[in-house]
Design a binder for this molecule. Structure first.
Ligand code: IMP
Length: 258
C-alpha cells in the first residue's frame, strides 16, 4: 500500500524513501499545527488532520532544535525562531554560553484510522492527563517524560518504574539518542483515531555557521566535528533525528500487515 507523506517539503519524502521499501508519495498539504511543548502532541495532531484530509494512511513529522543552555528553547518553536531570528542570531546568543550542547529531536507520526496491536516496543496507550499523569519536557533535550502519578498508583506507577529502570540500564550516550514509540489518543474529541509516534534524537553542539549543504539550522549544528551542512545528504540522514525516527518507523511498518 502506498504511504502518503503529508508535507510541503519534498526533501522529507526523499529521506523517507531511503528508509522504506514500501512506496512513499508526497501529499502536499499544509497541516495545521497546534502550539504545544511536546513535539509528540504536535505531530499527533498533525497526523490526525492529515489523515482526515487524505482519507488513507499518512505519515507526518515534526522537529525542533533544543539548546540545553536555553532550557530547550527554541524546541517546538524552532520554525518561528528560524523565520524571525535566523541562524546567525541564534549562534550569537549561544556563543555567550559556556555549554553549547543541543539536540535535534524529531517525531514521525503514523495514522491509518485503525487501532494498533501491541508490539515488542513499549506502547503507551495513555493520553497524559487522562490517566492522572502529566507530561513535562526535559528542559535540556526537550524529551517528553512523565512526572509521578498524581493520584493513581498501581498500573501507572509500575509503568513509570519500568521506564525508570530502562533509563538506568542505558549508557549516557545511548540514553541521549534513545527513541520512544508511543500510541496516543486524541484529546481534542478525536477519540478512536490512534496515532503511532516514533522519536529520533541526535545530540550535538551549537557552533558558528559552517557548510553550504542542508537546510534550516544545519550550518550551526555540529555532530562529530562536522556541521550537518558539511555532510552529504546520506551522511546526515544516517545520523539525524529524522533519519533515526524514520528508521524506527520503517522497521515497525515493514513488519506489520498494514
Ligand atoms: P519542521 O517541524 O520539520 O517543520 O521543522 C521545524 C524547524 O526546525 C524548521 O525551522 C526547520 O528548518 C528546522 N529543522 C527541522 N529539521 C531540521 C534539520 O534536519 N536540519 C536543520 N533544521 C531542521
Amino acid at each position: 500500500m502506498t504511504l502518503r507523506f503529508v508535507t510541503t517539503n519534498p526533501g522529507k519524502v526523499r529521506e523517507a524513501r531511503e528508509h522504506l521499501a514500501s512506496p512513499v508519495e508526497q501529499l502536499e498539504f499544509d497541516t495545521p499545527e497546534i502550539q504545544a511543548e511536546d513535539l509528540g502532541a504536535v505531530a499527533a495532531h498533525k497526523a490526525r488532520a492529515a489523515y482526515r484530509h487524505a482519507g488513507e494512511p499518512v505519515v507526518v513529522d515534526d522537529s525542533g532544535l533544543f539548546v540545553g543552555a536555553f532550557d530547550g528553547f527554541p524546541g517546538p518553536y524552532s520554525s518561528y525562531v528560524y523565520d524571525r531570528l535566523g541562524i546567525e542570531r541564534v549562534w550569537r546568543l549561544a556563543r555567550e554560553e559556556d555549554d553549547r550542547a543541543a539536540a535535534f529531536r524529531g517525531v514521525v507520526a503514523y495514522c491509518d484510522g485503525e487501532e494498533f496491536a501491541a508490539t515488542p516496543e513499549p506502547v503507551d496507550r495513555d493520553a497524559g492527563d487522562r490517566d492522572g499523569t502529566e507530561r513535562s519536557p526535559d528542559a535540556r533535550t526537550g524529551s517528553a517524560r512523565r512526572s509521578a502519578p498524581r493520584s493513581r498508583g498501581g498500573e501507572a506507577a509500575s509503568r513509570e518504574a519500568t521506564r525508570e529502570r530502562r533509563g538506568q540500564d542505558q549508557a549516557g550516550d545511548e540514553r541521549a539518542t534513545a527513541t520512544t514509540d508511543e500510541q496516543v489518543r486524541g484529546d481534542d474529541g478525536d477519540e478512536g483515531l490512534p496515532v503511532k509516534l516514533f522519536e529520533g534524537v541526535v545530540p550535538g553542539e551549537i557552533v558558528a555557521p559552517r557548510g553550504d549543504g542542508g537546510f534550516g539550522y544545519d550550518p550551526i549544528f555540529e555532530y562529530d566535528d562536522r556541521t550537518f551542512a558539511e555532510m552529504e545528504p546520506d551522511e546526515k540522514n544516517a545520523v539525524s533525528h529524522r533519519g533515526r525516527a524514520l528508521s524506527k518507523f520503517a522497521e515497525w511498518y515493514e513488519a506489520t500487515d498494514r
